[in-house]
Design a protein around this ligand. Structure first.
Ligand code: SAM
Length: 245
């Protein structure tokens, strides 16, 4: 039976590729890759010839499963890599892993970098219980709904965001959740890594001009036992409407 290796790759610093990941990538004859060009760069770094690359883009993961499953059915070893970090975490991969299970293949995870966990542990906020939101919906009802759900959760919140949208999202979080303690983790593991702590409003002000590069936000959870009573400083809909006006 075939084997699917779920391989975490660096989120910036190539030194974070684990020896085990390197060994598996050198050995497999096929890699399912979110973006084949990015994965080619990783093989260039390894100084290894690239194996057969099978595209598994986020926008059409289901439609591209066929060739990967065919190799697993033939008893081959296939590695799954996304552009950065752990496959399946706000990245393609989950559908392939589910299909691999269904097809009777062996699934072997190779742990490694993940921006959510890296930002969480650097934030100093409680890490005993946390919720990875991934990206918030960009606007409208979906965004308001997601924020309303986050407001209730008695767990530290981890949110992915693009640098230029960071100030807007920090302000929306402050309006919806209250001015909670938070952290901004920017360009983790890279040359210009920056970690900043403060309340959501302080951070919104500090990054008012935008934050360059990749950003992960960490926000304190609802105080345990009081989420329902904790008043938002202004009704969420008003805040969102004000920003969209
Ligand atoms: N699967 C990835 C992981 O395990 O970290 C996450 C992929 S998601 C498409 C990309 C988002 O992760 C970015 O928009 C940013 O929010 C966060 N991210 C990735 N690399 C980062 C870094 N070096 N520093 C801070 N955040 C990062």
């Amino acid at each position: 039976r075939g084997t699917l290796y779920v391989v975490a790759t660096p989120i910036g610093n190539l030194g974070d590729l684990t020896p085990r990941a390197a060994e598996v990538l050198r050995r497999v004859r096929a890699v399912a890759a979110e973006d084949t060009r990015r994965t080619l760069q990783l093989f260039a770094h390894l100084g290894a010839p690239a194996p057969q690359l099978l595209a598994l883009p986020a926008f059409d993961e289901r439609g591209r499963l066929g060739p990967v499953l065919a190799r697993l059915a033939a008893g081959e070893e296939v590695a799954l890599c996304t552009d950065a970090g752990t496959p399946g975490v706000s990245d393609p991969g989950q559908q392939l892993v589910a299909a691999a299970w269904e097809a009777g293949a062996r699934v072997v995870p190779l742990p490694g970098p993940c921006a959510a966990v890296t930002a969480l542990v650097a934030s100093g906020l409680p890490s005993d219980r946390f919720f990875v939101q991934g990206f918030l919906p960009r606007k409208g009802g979906g965004r308001a709904e997601a924020l309303a759900l986050l407001r209730q959760l008695p767990a530290t919140l981890v949110i992915y965001e693009a640098g230029n949208r960071t100030p807007e999202t920090l302000s929306d979080l402050a309006a919806a959740l209250g001015d909670r303690p938070a952290a901004v983790a920017r360009e983790l593991t890279k040359l210009h890594e920056e970690l900043a702590r403060g309340t959501l409003r302080e951070l919104a002000e500090r990054f008012a001009a935008g934050a360059r590069g990749e950003v992960t936000l960490v926000v304190a959870g609802a105080a345990q036992g009081t989420p329902a009573e904790e008043p938002a400083p202004e009704p969420l809909e008003d805040a969102l409407r004000r920003r969209m006006a």
